[in-house]
Design a protein around this ligand. Structure first.
Ligand SMILES: [Zn+2]
Length: 385
């Protein structure tokens, strides 16, 4: 048992900043109050105690080719099966991919991320490689798989069904790349099989304006509308919503993941975060492909705050942005905790540099300013580094 004492804690789903102590026993928060004081005392006076980060969208296998394809278009880089990343993954050895994924997970942990959703290429083997890479690392991967049988205009649906069921035996869900590569029949098959198995279905939608226009020309529906109509649990990007897309998203059961640094690198625009928030959408934040971005959520947070001002000439609420990286995922079924009695202790303790606790993390947060990372299976003290 230990007490984190004298810090400003960002409590509850709304990250309310209050100066109270937190008592942790066997990985669970058992008390939060001004006078709580049990077990070993960790005095964090002059610090901010924030829930750990949840990175809602990564492809960590891509870290075998960091920065190697800079300047290429979205489809040249990532469109399966012949994008640069797919060719690199196909020619890399298992050991190379495992080594690259391990170093990516350590980078995430060091910068405060304890949970991430990975969109893993390579079928069941790809899922198993990430499980193998993560087995001794105290981080919580949620692994979504995909299979080459999904692609093409006229795929064999019985083969797709077999591949989906095999994947669901080892993965936490399924995530095909995008509607440019798969038919609506395949999409519906994936989402219904995931729902039956109680697992997650996700897809990239509306990343570029071209994707959206091609979808409207061919199907009379945007990619975002097709994602909603196919009942995907999670829609990644939504950078270029058309006509009623945002209203439809706000009325749907699908959650939205935005990746502003990836969108900026690939010249596809900026997800309209202010408009999403005004409609009651609670997006999650992800760092996307490791070939173009580090998986560091602190970098994603600062970039996201500032690019919104550039693009929309309007401020983004820092509290709402920080929630996208910490507590918004707690509203969905991802086993991620926020600071409340009875929840798992998953905490980052930042040195306090400014008086605004949210901007302190977004504007001033760096790995070197993290004093402790605490979660149920990982306690990192800066003094041990
Ligand atoms: Zn992606």
């Amino acid at each position: 048992m230990f007490t984190i004492a004298n810090g400003i804690i960002l409590k509850g789903l709304n990250l309310d900043p209050i100066k109270e102590n937190i008592v942790v026993d066997d990985g669970i928060i058992i008390d939060i109050s001004k006078d709580a004081c049990e077990g070993k005392i960790i005095d964090v006076e002059g610090s901010i105690v924030c829930p750990t980060f949840f990175n809602a969208h990564t492809h960590i296998g891509d870290s075998i080719i960091k920065d190697e394809a800079y300047g290429l278009s979205l489809s040249e880089m990532v469109k399966p099966p012949n994008g640069v990343k797919h060719r690199a993954l196909a020619s890399a050895s298992d050991e190379e991919i495992i080594g690259a994924m391990k170093s990516a997970m350590f980078e995430m942990l060091e910068s405060g991320t304890t949970h991430f959703i990975d969109y893993r290429e390579g079928g069941t083997k790809g899922v198993k490689l990430l499980k193998e890479a993560s087995k001794d690392i105290p981080i919580n991967p949620i692994i979504l798989g995909r299979d080459d049988s999904f692609y093409g205009d006229d795929p064999d649906l019985s083969k797709v069904k077999i591949a989906v069921r095999k994947l669901l035996k080892v993965a936490d869900g399924i995530a095909p790349s995008g509607f440019g590569e798969i038919s609506d029949e395949v999409a519906n098959l994936i989402t219904s099989e995931c729902e039956k198995a109680g697992k997650i279905s996700s897809i990239h939608v509306g990343e570029s304006l071209n994707n959206q226009i091609e979808s409207i020309d061919k199907y009379n529906k945007s990619e975002i509308k097709r994602g909603i109509d196919s009942n995907f649990n999670q829609l990644v990007h939504c950078t270029n919503p058309q006509s009623d897309d945002l209203v439809n998203l706000s009325n749907s059961n699908s959650n939205v993941v935005v990746c502003p640094r990836a969108n900026a690198t690939l010249n596809v625009g900026v997800a309209p975060l202010n408009d999403m928030l005004a409609l009651g959408i609670n997006p999650l934040l992800g760092t996307d492909n490791l070939m173009i971005n580090s998986p560091n959520m602190l970098r994603e947070l600062e970039f996201s705050l500032k690019v919104m001002s550039v693009s929309y000439k309007n401020y983004l609420n820092p509290l709402e942005l920080l929630k996208m990286a910490t507590t918004n995922p707690c509203m969905f079924d991802f086993s991620k905790s926020y600071i409340e009695i009875g929840n798992a202790a998953e905490l980052i303790i930042f040195k306090q540099i400014s008086k605004n606790p949210f901007l302190n993390i977004i504007n001033r947060g760096e790995t070197k300013n993290i004093l402790y990372i605490i979660d149920k299976n990982y306690t990192n003290n800066i003094l041990d580094r």
